[in-house]
Design a protein around this ligand. Structure first.
Ligand SMILES: NC(=O)c1ccc[n+]([C@@H]2O[C@H](COP(=O)([O-])OP(=O)(O)OC[C@H]3O[C@@H](n4cnc5c(N)ncnc54)[C@H](OP(=O)(O)O)[C@@H]3O)[C@@H](O)[C@H]2O)c1
Length: 251
């Protein structure tokens, strides 16, 4: 049996188990299974690895993408630069499990975003939230030479706070990305605390949330003629990238 799974807490919102279970059935990968492992704290990953010697790979979600790094034997250069891991590959080295971390969120975000930029030059972007996935988003935008402004509730560690988000900042920065869980099922009526009235048709709104597909954040943008991007395409892209990493014999 080749065992895969997702770690995080809580995991009620996650689509990954359904995604991989359908994929394994569709591709007749009968020796593969994917399960949710809800870990109340990240050090339980050690017990999980011991309990399942057939584990080949894990995805990591809220809230452990950064915290999990200290339990890994190695991480690749890209996730090291990002400072967050959402894929763990488990191999055996000298008879012991060897855990290496990767980041497929960056790949998924970049590939989902590029078709919407359509060659257009975006000068600046606003990133809402300062958790694990915001780091991958920030990394991709830096590589695309788009300046970023981070927004967090506390306004600490290089971010501004929501109350500092002026009409000018919203007008000047045409790409706004929600990397917070605000608006995720079941709290679907919630949305980030933003002055939506300053959005224009030249704005692009990207919500990493994929459940629901059309979040209240995106609805606000849609009503004002913005281009909107939901999290589902990114989810599929990052999942397929995870699968590629787990199966690459050279990694
Ligand atoms: N589509 C995809 O493929 C994909 C990939 C990755 C993540 N996601 C989604 O992205 C979201 C975040 O994931 P993550 O792993 O980055 O989570 P995370 O590490 O927990 O970070 C989320 C950040 O959101 C902010 N936040 C949390 N609760 C908030 C609240 N009540 N109000 C305002 N801000 C709040 C916090 O930033 P501050 O403390 O700075 O405010 C927190 O650091 C989740 O919905 C996840 O499902 C989707």
């Amino acid at each position: 049996m080749r065992r895969f799974g997702l770690i995080g807490y809580p995991l009620g919102h996650s689509f990954s188990k359904q995604y991989f279970t359908l994929k394994f059935a569709r591709e007749s990968l009968l020796n593969c299974r994917y399960d949710n492992y809800e870990l109340e704290n990240p050090d339980l990953i050690i017990d999980l690895i011991q309990l399942h010697p057939d584990l080949c790979g894990l995805n990591v979600t809220i809230p452990y993408k950064t915290e999990v790094i200290k339990y890994l034997d190695s991480i690749d250069d890209e996730s090291s630069e990002i400072g967050a891991v959402n894929v763990i590959k488990v191999t055996l080295r000298f008879g012991k499990p060897f855990l290496k971390g990767y980041n497929s969120d960056a790949f998924g975000f970049r590939q989902a975003l590029l078709p919407f930029l359509d060659g257009r030059k975006i000068e600046g972007a606003i990133i809402l939230g300062s958790g694990g996935s915001s780091r991958a988003v920030n990394y991709v935008l830096r590589k695309l030479k788009i300046k970023t402004i981070g927004v967090s509730r506390s306004g600490g560690s290089g971010c501004i706070s929501y109350s500092d988000l002026t009409d000018k900042l919203i007008s000047d920065n045409k790409l706004i990305i929600n990397t917070t869980p605000v608006g995720m099922f079941p709290a679907v009526d919630e949305k980030p605390d933003l002055r939506y009235e300053y959005l224009t048709p030249s704005h692009i709104l990207f919500d990493l949330i994929y459940n629901p597909e059309l979040t209240s954040f995106l609805k606000e943008g849609k009503e004002r003629g913005c281009k909107i991007i939901g999290g589902l395409t990114m989810l599929h892209l990052q999942a397929e990238k995870s699968w590629e990493i787990w199966n690459d014999q050279n990694l």
